[in-house]
Design a protein around this ligand. Structure first.
Ligand code: ADP
Length: 624
């Protein structure tokens, strides 16, 4: 860092150097060593981030550039905050370090205080060694021209420009809290900066902290008024003389400050400062290593007068921009943003992929559940619809079956009535009717009429529409009644019926008319299937099996068998293979059986034909 050079020191240095040039014992040049000796006079102890970085880079740069081994001796000549030991003590110390070893090929200074010290005392130490003043603010060299054996790599810190940057990114800023260290260092910088900041008067208030302890500074930065910013220049030591490293001071300020921190030099970036237009120490150390190498290679220092280094392009810390809500659109043109956070994707790629997978899976599961719920509702409403259909169809189907059966059943008694009436009529006409015969024929006519009335009555009962009214139903009787209704068709088509019914009563809780419809449908389908095959093999077997909790009735035929096309849709409405079929019989049958808590399954018989098995809950009170 740079330091103020005072004219009187400069004069003293000149006088001393003149004296020392003439001093005996210093005139004999040492033999040139194969190892290059470099004495580096440091301004501050370790802890100053810019100087530490500069020195580290410089050391590496010398090793890279100089073709001989470089032996660097470092001596701190100015304690932090200019609380220096007397010059003479430092000189004695350096002399003792170099006792018995070759004098330095180059004396370098790092920072302002060391530059001031060197120019004051170099001639007392190594008057013939070239002197390179490095990393020094031009302000320290004001008014003192470089000698022939001197060169300097200077910088022009443009701190007012950094204030401009603050106002650009935070236009509402009204107060800037200046952290510059205390003692001579703080005084120097306050004196140097105040005139430059004058142009902001009216718009900004500058609060100086060179009279405060570090603890006070921390308290103050935690409670700054709204629209404040902090300007960190350097620290060194506080008003009590306590020396602190930049990294620690910045970390503490960053932790407690309620306003953004701006730093004067690039090495502060990454330590909690927002950023701005700052001197690049890396560039400075590179340039310095170049000049030092050239001097070590024999170029006269007077020929090396590099222009002062100006602040580089503005650099900002992305994390601080985020923290203080500073949009990147406000940054000065050409700004570089460092420490940009990794994108959510790059940082959590695996987690994001897993989350998306889980979400997809979850969505699929939810979708599937919704689908199943809808399907269940649809099935339920279809079932209800089919049951209604069943009740209607039951009546219509029953009606047609009953009509057919009634016609057939009535035919016999009515034709008997008719024949008897005809016979009686002829006998009366021919006066052949005896009273006994007349009475006998009239009794037959009466019996026929009664039989017809009974047939009507039975069919009327069956035709009466009813809701699902459960009662204990003997399914063997239901089978008998159903067969009676289709007996005419059976006979007509020469179908052989065999019953294999259990000895135990086959009783369920159900609606007898609907259950009759079930077996009527199954038997009529069997008849239809049988009419398609030769008469000789037409057979229907109805069997019942009684289990502990359920009864099972099978209607097995030797007909055409089930068409493979409709096996999966057998119980759906309007599925039929018959030219005049409605395709509703099995739908109705299935619905009735389901409504009774039972099940129906169809099998293809190994020897041909089909078997439909109906399982229904066994009535609890049924005896066995
Ligand atoms: P439909 O008798 O009006 O066709 P169903 O629902 O009663 O309506 O029967 C649907 C279809 O099931 C029938 O067309 C027939 O193909 C088949 N089917 C039913 N029972 C049998 C059976 N016992 N043998 C062969 N096919 C049958």
């Amino acid at each position: 860092m740079s330091r103020l050079i005072r004219k009187r020191l400069w004069c003293a240095w000149l006088v001393a150097s003149l004296l020392l040039v003439a001093a005996p014992g210093q005139a004999q040049p040492q033999p040139r060593p194969t190892v290059k000796q470099v004495l580096v006079l440091q301004s501050l102890e370790r802890g100053n981030l810019p100087l530490d970085r500069f020195t580290g880079n410089l050391r590496a740069g010398l090793d890279q550039r100089v073709d001989k081994p470089v032996n660097v001796v470092e001596v701190v000549v100015g304690a932090s905050g200019f609380v220096r030991a007397p010059d003479q003590a430092v000189i004695d110390y350096i002399r003792s370090v170099y006792a018995g070893r070759p004098a330095p090929d180059l004396v370098m200074t790092v920072g302002g205080p060391a530059a001031v010290f060197a120019r004051r005392n170099a001639q007392q130490l190594f008057p013939t060694a070239p002197l390179l003043l490095a990393s020094v603010d031009q302000r320290y060299l004001r008014g003192a021209a470089l000698g022939d054996n001197e060169s300097a790599v200077t910088v022009v810190n443009d701190f007012p420009r950094l204030v401009d940057d603050i106002l650009r990114v935070l236009p509402e800023t009204r107060q800037i809290f200046m952290v510059i260290g205390s003692g001579a260092l703080g005084n120097f910088w306050r004196r140097e900066l105040e005139p430059g900041f004058a142009r902001h008067a009216g718009r900004l208030t500058f609060v100086w902290s060179d009279e405060l302890t570090l603890q006070d500074i921390q308290r103050r930065v935690a409670n700054l008024p709204k629209n404040s910013a902090i300007f960190y220049l350097t620290f060194g030591s506080d008003v009590q003389g306590g020396a602190y490293a930049d990294a620690q001071v910045l970390a503490d300020l960053h932790a407690s400050a309620n306003a953004p921190i701006f730093g004067a030099l690039r090495p502060f970036l990454g330590h909690g400062i927002v950023g701005g237009t700052m001197i690049s120490i890396d560039e400075l150390s590179r340039n310095t290593a170049d000049i030092a190498t050239r001097i070590l290679n024999g170029e006269p220092p007077s020929s090396l007068r590099p222009p002062p280094q100006l602040p580089g392009h503005p650099v900002f810390d992305w994390r601080e921009l985020q923290r203080w809500d500073i949009p990147e659109s406000r940054l000065p043109p050409g700004s570089e943003v460092r420490f940009r956070g990794p994108s959510l994707w790059s940082e959590y790629e695996a987690a994001i992929l897993v989350s998306i997978g889980v979400l997809l899976l979850q969505s699929l599961l939810i979708g599937r559940l919704l689908y199943e719920r809808r399907a269940r509702h649809r099935a339920e409403s279809e079932s209800r619809h089919n049951l209604t259909l069943a009740a209607d169809a039951n009546r219509r189907e029953t009606m047609s079956a009953l009509t057919a059966s009634m016609g057939h059943e009535l035919a016999q008694p009515l034709s008997a009535v008719r024949h008897n009436a005809d016979a009686l009529q002829r006998m009366v006409a021919n006066r052949k009717a005896t009273p006994e015969e007349t009475l006998e024929i009239l009794a037959d006519i009466q019996a026929g009429a009664v039989a017809a009335i009974q047939i009507f009555e039975r069919h009327r009962v069956m035709l009466r529409g009813r809701e699902l009214q459960k009662t204990q139903v003997d399914l063997h009787s239901v089978i008998g009644d159903s067969l009676a209704l289709v007996a005419h068709d059976m006979r007509k088509h020469k179908i052989e019926v065999s019953l294999d019914l259990s000895q135990v009563p086959c009783v369920t809780d159900g609606d007898p008319v609907l259950l009759q419809q079930v077996f009527l449908n199954l038997v009529r389908n069997a008849i239809d299937a049988l009419t398609e095959i030769p008469r000789t093999t037409r057979r229907i077997t109805i069997a019942s099996v009684i289990e502990a909790t359920e009864v099972e009735i099978s209607v097995c035929d030797s007909g055409t068998g089930l068409s493979p096309d409709i096996l999966d849709t057998l119980y759906q409405p309007f599925v039929t293979t018959k030219s005049h079929g409605l395709g509703i019989g099995l739908t109705v049958t299935h619905s009735i059986v389901s409504a009774h808590g039972g099940a129906i399954v169809a099998f293809a018989n190994p020897g041909g034909g089909a078997t439909f098995t109906v399982t229904l809950p066994r009535a609890t009170t049924a005896g066995s």
